[in-house]
Design a protein around this ligand. Sequence first.
Ligand SMILES: [Zn+2]
Length: 281
Amino acid sequence: MTPVLPPRLKHWMASHGRPLLETAALGFCAAGASRRAFSRAPDGAFRVLAYHQTERRRAERFRRQMEWLASNRRVVSLGGLVETIGRGEEPTRGSVAVTFDDGFANNFETAAPILKQLGLPACFFVATDFIDLAGQGNSALKKWGERVYRFTRVAEPMTWGQVRSLVEAGFEIGVHTRSHADLGKLSDEAVREEISQSFERISQEIGVAPNLFAYPYGKTPMAPPAARRVAMRSAPFRAAFSTERGWNTSSTPRDWLRRDSMEPAFSPRLLEAFLSGMFDH
Ligand SMILES: [Zn+2]
């Protein structure tokens, strides 16, 4: 019998792959299994973590993950990694970059201070229409939530002032479209507009042209190869990121680099398991 899931849980399951099963599976894994999996990583392979919200009540859990990263992996800026592979060089094996999608205010309030304190770089991919909702009230946020996440209780976005503060603090800002659209459903022209308008807006607001892009939702049906080609031609991007789990190397297509969807609530041990490739398909 197929269990009937409430829509919110169903969406969470769909957008996070199989983390519930993975979390359960980890209960059976010894810590040594992560290290064995990591030892099989290809030379020059790196991984990119993708977070969404970092609520205050998860701050300590998130801090523990970042402390583990700072002591156990080489955490590098996403732009730096892309530059390294662009020169045809291999990053240090097991390098990791940290990213956040959508532009939640709790990234600015909770995650950024922890990252700053630990000296860790990160890239924040913002959807510009979401940032424009800052201070617009609950009904605007509710509408955004219904359309984008299929639930209505949505945390506040960052303001443009906060986005600029991140840049001043040395963090990177990337493009995540205007409206967080499902690119698979748009015409080429509409994809072009989503990308070029959000690229222009961010450039004007922060005074720097962003050159990294993350596909909304990050899975193939919402970012099919044809839409990827249009996206890469719509702004001077050096790389674009999915939410397909796995290792990246210098030969991974630059318009479809992989990221691991993460939750601030995960333990350092679960983070290590993801980063070791234990759950790669
Ligand atoms: Zn997103």
